[in-house]
Write a protein that binds this ligand. Structure first.
Ligand code: AKG
Ligand code: MN
Length: 209
């Protein structure tokens, strides 16, 4: 698995985020490959509505999701325990390529489908204990370009918010103290946007819980 060495030959662009580690590879997948993957995942993933807890109240999450991974990669999210669905051949192949690009290993992926601009994800960080203190999380985006934002966990002013447009086929790598220091979201947009799929690959160790 080894080190994450950025070289001039690859497409990683480091993004400015003090005390954290964030890089974007804007066109990690070529257009035709990204098109095919978007169509396949939309049709084959068993999309479901996850229930999440907000201010103590359980509500439908405003997007469709599916947790996929190794059998032992169970995950407690918003106080709900998710048993992973098995890898499909396409997702397993993708996992291995993304592991290679990111210099990390992954045993699970959270797939999200944002049907249109009304679907979103609120401020949170991926800091569940089973992910460990400094997780490497790889985020692949397909479909409509949406804005992804990060802000410091504490005392954020408007200037502290970093917005990144995540385009079709882009790969975002979050590592180091990114989850400890920052929260991130995917806001709604009033623009007429089509569907978007986002895959966040993670390493879950259920024994850390
Ligand atoms: O859709 C995205 O780009 C982010 C999704 C996310 O943060 C998550 O699933 O934890
Ligand atoms: Mn997240």
């Amino acid at each position: 698995m080894g080190l994450f060495d950025q070289t001039a030959a690859d497409g990683w662009q480091p993004l400015p985020l003090p005390h954290a580690e964030l890089s974007l590879w804007p066109h990690w997948l070529a257009q035709d490959e990204a098109d095919a993957l978007l169509a396949e995942l939309r049709a084959t993933i068993p999309w479901e509505v996850h229930r999440i807890r907000i201010f103590g109240r359980e509500v439908d999450s405003p997007r469709l999701s599916c947790w996929i991974g190794d059998k032992d990669a169970t995950y407690v999210y918003s106080r709900t325990r998710f048993e992973p669905r098995p890898w499909t051949p396409a997702l397993a192949a993708l996992r291995d390529r993304i592991a290679q690009a990111c210099g990390a290993r992954f045993n699970s992926v959270l797939a999200n489908l944002y049907r249109d601009g009304r679907d979103s994800m609120g401020w949170h960080s991926d800091n569940e204990p089973e992910l460990g203190a400094q997780p490497v999380i790889a985020s692949l985006s397909l479909g409509a370009v949406r804005r992804f934002r990060l802000k410091p966990r504490e005392e954020a002013t408007r200037e502290d918010v970093l917005g990144i447009e995540l385009g079709h086929g882009s790969l975002l790598r979050m590592a180091g103290d990114t989850q400890q220091r920052y929260v991130h979201d995917l806001p709604k947009t009033s623009a007429a946007v089509g569907p978007r799929i986002n895959l966040t690959f993670r390493w879950v160790d259920a024994s850390r819980r």
